[in-house]
Ligand binder design. Sequence first.
Ligand SMILES: O=C(O)CCC(=O)C(=O)O
Ligand SMILES: [Fe+2]
Length: 364
Amino acid sequence: MEINTSGSAGTDDVFPDLPPFPDDVPTAPLLRLSLSNLRSSKDESDALFRAAKDLGFFYLDMRNDTLGETLLTESSQLFEVEKKMYALSEEELNRYDYSSIEPHRSYFGYKAMGKGVVDAKGNKDRNQFYNAPKDDFLDQSADPLAHPKPLMESKELLASYCRHAHELLSLLLTHINSHLRLEPGTLSKMHTLSLRSGDHIRFVTSPPQPPQDLNTSMGAHTDFGSLTLLFNRVGGLQVLLPEQGTFSYVRPLPGHAIVNVGDALVKFSGGIVRSNIHRVVAPPGAQSKCTRDSLVYFMRPGDNVLLVRCSGGIVPPLKEGEEEERVTSWEWIRDKAMSTRSAAKKEGVYGKQRVTNKDELKIV
Ligand SMILES: O=C(O)CCC(=O)C(=O)O
Ligand SMILES: [Fe+2]
């Protein structure tokens, strides 16, 4: 079967309400997979595993599939909720910054513009984001946090989105599980919806940047979790091409989500899949004048799950004398999420800067 890549845009590849993504910037060759084909085609499933190993990023066409269409509709509705939330004053939003409030100290909640750093020089980020925890919205947190009114007014929508995003990503996990030839259910068991976990919906927004002062909006990073489901419409996301060592834009495509592999799955697979480095820069071309919103769902293992390789299948066993750090999902998130916060750095709680992909696994 022929699998397209994003090298060039097709006729229905533009968002009608936005200036077009330029045709003269290089774009990354993500495979275009289809959710509906994935349900029945072995070739599509093989392509999924290939994408998870080679680049760790791929497009997933959500159209012509009930779950996919539901996620497209709900994500559009959440983009509206996102607008309402960011219309709140900075003072109001800052009430939900839990990054230094004990006993709730957490990466959930609001992060103001410039609260994170994008590079080793300490340059500040150019985005605001809000991390809305799955467990609060599914009413399964021991100690739920307060969240802004626009989110609480759409609590059912957020809950429904968490369930659907989790269902979709679980389906992808099942395919990866079978390609790794693990016991059926091995990966799913560590990601049961009812387990307390770091899963959350992230609402990211970046205002247009002054043309004379462009900077990285979100610094180069890998995602912590197992799989990430991303909807964006304005360009700016870039992936590091593993062979060239250069960053390349990911063209947003209507009707498609972008899916990427995170660090936890690298650990579980003993380095077989790839958690690729990516970043967000100012939107290219005519899109540079747009506010850039994105909607991310991070699927993560349960908080108490140990991030060690699975045994069985094609997962390479540890070599004699080789040891793996025994860190739980919760400990890993705590260190990693706080490592890019400038305030945390100042207070001396700068976490370990954890980056994992195939090549770096050994130095983590
Ligand atoms: O906004 C985007 O397109 C990507 C955001 C991202 O990589 C993240 O929040 O981890
Ligand atoms: Fe990311």
